[in-house]
Design a protein around this ligand. Structure first.
Ligand code: C5P
Length: 224
């Protein structure tokens, strides 16, 4: 709708998995499809926002012509692009399933099979949301996601604080309708005041609209 307070706002969204190479043919990654982030990008563009989608490797792509998609592969590439977009962004949404670790010394050649065990040393990747959270200005709104295999409330609250999110969207894999590759999701919203709210089972597109409504409410309270 033309009355949307997102009209003309700049939104950066990280989405999808990252890939961390072991050698030229193999990588470490995860099951993220990027669906949630792509849905958010589409819905925000429909509301007139200027969207930059920093997207890890996935077979899915947004269709709205105004979305600027920046394809990336590794966590470090995603971080580099996010750092470039962040200062101009009014809103940052961190949906990406960033690999927490990467191989310390990727082999320049294909690793050969040999007898016995193969040890891999992994080093920590930068936490994109946490780093940019430290640079967040009061006028910027940051939204994060937490995917937990247990109920996850406590760890989601912890992430909300350490990453300086305005609110976090908790997905628990205990909910049968939530998670990777699915078209539906059931989530709990937790905000900075400790207020929480569980959603019904929703299609990811519907959830995207609800998340954007919540973001709009931040601008309505700060601008009026
Ligand atoms: O700590 P955890 O990975 O569970 O936190 C999830 C949130 O942090 C998500 O919003 C995710 O996009 C973001 N994140 C990030 N960079 C990382 C790890 C997570 O931006 N390296």
């Amino acid at each position: 709708p033309s009355s949307s307070s997102l009209k003309g706002k700049k939104i950066m969204i990280t989405a999808g998995p990252t890939r961390e190479s072991l050698d030229p043919v193999r990588y470490i990654s995860n099951h993220s499809s990027g669906k949630m982030g792509i849905s958010l990008a589409e819905k925000a563009a429909e509301r007139g926002a200027i969207v930059t989608l920093i997207l890890g490797p996935t077979s899915l792509a947004p269709t709205h012509p105004s979305i600027q998609t920046i394809p990336v592969s590794t966590a470090i590439e995603m971080f580099t692009e996010a750092k470039k977009s962040h200062p101009q962004s009014d809103i940052a949404i961190f949906t990406a399933a960033v690999s927490d670790y990467r191989p310390e010394n990727p082999s320049p050649e294909k690793i050969k099979k040999k007898d016995g065990k193969l040890n891999l040393t992994l080093v920590k990747n930068p936490d994109i949301a946490r780093n940019l959270g430290q640079e967040k200005k009061t006028v910027q709104v940051h939204v994060g996601f937490a995917l937990e295999t247990d109920e996850g409330f406590g760890s989601a609250e912890e992430k909300l604080k350490t990453k300086n999110f305005d609110f976090i969207v908790l997905n628990s894999l205990l909910d049968p309708e939530a998670g990777f590759q699915k078209d539906t999701n059931q989530v709990t919203f937790i905000d900075k005041k400790g207020k929480s709210q569980k959603s019904p089972v929703l299609r990811k597109e519907e959830l995207a609209s609800i998340i954007l409504d919540k973001i709009e409410s931040f601008f309505q309270t700060t601008e009026s």
